[in-house]
Design a protein around this ligand. Structure first.
Ligand code: 5GP
Ligand code: MN
Length: 346
């Protein structure tokens, strides 16, 4: 835990007491937590008369576009001039739901490295790098949105939570906890969720907007993914692949692969689930890792696939072909046999 001291919270409160130009940055390929936290902070700061811009490295899935003020988000890759202008004149930059600058992608990383103002980082990923003057991080917390709630608590602004802010924070918590089912969902998480509902988050509507807005082609893509599932019971491992061709054949849209990896982990006795997705644009295989129990996919992703994340949910990449990536992956399994078999002893 990189707890900020009460003095530091006072400093931040002081900083926010006069109108400022503020930029909020989520990670590349933002998920519900990254964009939910960002828009929650956007509403909070905007309500306090700051001039606020959310600058996202790139676009994010359509199922997150019912969030209030989603239309105001500037995409660094597509609206580059506007994004750079906002960053250049920012007095403060919030970095939300990531902890190393590489997570915003090369171009935006290079640009942010030249920024010499104040960074405030709110995050819950492991091993935060020292980029920010103010680092508010707790790796045991389920979502950055929950951290953002604690941030507001620490600067004594819980009463400033509007229905818009509540909706955004609830979305972050809902998505990062897998709808309140992952083990990092604590009584505190439920208490905060309850309070957010009291403050105007419409929980049923939010769930519907996120999870019950599938297109027909997305379900066909899921069907393809499930057909590709391979299982290695001796390693308690199951993985899914999706090639570019398969994505195109099913009218792939951004966000369509979100959550598919969980099907690998839903198989009885499987504790290590992976999805390998070919990304022709970035010329990589993007990988999502999930685990149950003590087997750390954060460590696995860091060690072998240029990635990281949390103990039970991490991501990474491979620069070789799908076939070679899979071969490399399968070759790694024997050295983890014991760790995989001992991960989830009940
Ligand atoms: P997902 O598999 O859903 O993309 O990501 C799972 C978790 O791992 C998220 O918390 C995400 O921020 C993190 N993550 C995903 N890809 C990467 C990566 O390439 N590097 C690092 N450090 N973290 C990642
Ligand atoms: Mn998160």
């Amino acid at each position: 835990m990189s707890a900020m001291t009460s003095n530091e919270f006072l400093e931040v409160k002081e900083l926010l007491s006069v109108p400022k130009n503020i930029v909020i940055v989520p990670h590349r390929n933002a998920d519900g937590d990254a964009i939910g936290s960002s828009l929650a902070m956007y509403h909070f700061l905007n309500d306090k008369n700051h001039n606020v811009k959310v600058v996202s490295p790139n676009d994010y899935p359509n199922f997150l576009k019912s969030l209030p003020a989603t239309e105001s988000v500037i995409k660094f890759d597509k609206q580059n001039g506007q994004a750079k202008k906002a960053i250049n004149k920012a007095d403060l930059i919030f970095l939300l739901d990531f902890n190393e600058l590489g997570r915003v992608g090369n171009d935006m990383q290079n640009f942010l490295e030249k920024y010499d103002g104040i960074f405030i980082m709110i995050d819950h990923h492991q091993q935060p790098s020292a980029i920010a003057k103010y680092l508010f991080s707790d790796t045991s917390v389920c979502a950055t949105a929950q951290m953002a709630y604690h941030f507001l608590e620490n600067i004594k602004e819980i009463n400033a939570i509007t229905p818009e802010i509540a909706t955004c924070l609830y979305t972050g918590i809902l998505t990062d906890t897998g709808s309140f089912r992952f083990p990092n969902t604590t009584p505190t998480t439920h208490r905060i969720a309850a309070e957010l509902i009291e403050k105007g988050a419409d929980n049923a509507k939010i769930y519907n907007n996120i999870y019950d807005t599938n297109s027909f082609s997305r379900l066909q893509l899921l069907g393809q993914a499930l057909k590709n599932l391979e299982i290695y019971p001796e390693y308690k491992t199951a993985f899914i692949t999706l090639t570019d061709k398969e994505k195109n054949a099913n009218d792939f849209q951004k966000g369509d692969t979100e959550g598919i990896v969980n099907y690998a982990l839903s198989i009885k006795d499987i504790i290590f689930g992976i999805i390998f997705i070919e990304d022709v644009e970035q010329k990589i295989i993007k990988i999502s890792f999930r685990s149950k129990g003590s087997f750390s996919v954060n460590q696995f992703a860091r060690n072998h696939f240029q990635g990281g994340g949390h103990d039970n949910a991490a991501g990474g990449r491979s620069d070789v072909s799908m076939e070679e990536t899979i071969k490399h992956f399968i070759n790694l399994l024997p050295q983890y046999k014991e760790a995989l078999n001992n991960s989830y002893e009940e």
